[in-house]
Design a binder for this molecule. Structure first.
Ligand code: HEC
Length: 121
């Protein structure tokens, strides 16, 4: 009798936990705005990935960009400067102000969705 009640309690806990995880688990992902999507297109078209990594994937000539926006030593203004003027090794893509805004918006999106990445650092 005692074993049966323990089994029932565990079984109900398991079912409730599974239901909670499977119904609630995916609600945290945010949807990209049109501006962020435009930035993503620019990022892909210009092959930024050949030199930069997002979530650890990509080329290693340039720095990792996953948390460039929230990084207290870098941030949006710092990133914007490289997009506008290029760097010693970073090419100048001659982006318009609007295109730079879009790339920054995309990098912001990546950054806000990188919570697990930040915790693992
Ligand atoms: C040819 C390789 C190369 C490509 C392609 C490239 N970058 Fe870079 N990028 C660099 C390097 C190297 C740096 C570091 C500064 C330097 O040495 O010029 C840099 C710096 C940056 C920075 C400043 C971040 C930091 O931590 O220094 C940002 C933001 C950035 N790049 C964004 C981009 C974006 C967006 C694209 C695509 C439109 C891109 N880069 C394409 C090489 C590249």
């Amino acid at each position: 009798m005692k074993k049966t009640s323990i089994f029932i309690v565990l079984f109900i806990s398991y079912i409730s936990y599974s239901a909670w995880v499977y119904t609630d688990g995916t609600n945290t992902a945010s949807v990209m705005s049109l501006q962020q999507q435009a930035g993503k297109n620019i990022y892909q078209k210009n092959n930024c990935t050949s030199c930069h990594q997002l979530f650890g994937m990509g080329g290693f000539l340039g720095p990792e960009l996953t948390t460039v926006i929230s990084d207290k030593n870098r941030g949006p203004l710092y990133a914007r400067t490289f997009l506008q003027y290029g760097g010693a090794r970073m090419p100048n893509f001659h982006f318009s102000k609007e295109e730079i805004d879009e790339v920054i918006a995309f990098l912001e999106y990546v950054d806000t969705n990188a919570s697990t990445y930040k915790n693992n650092k």
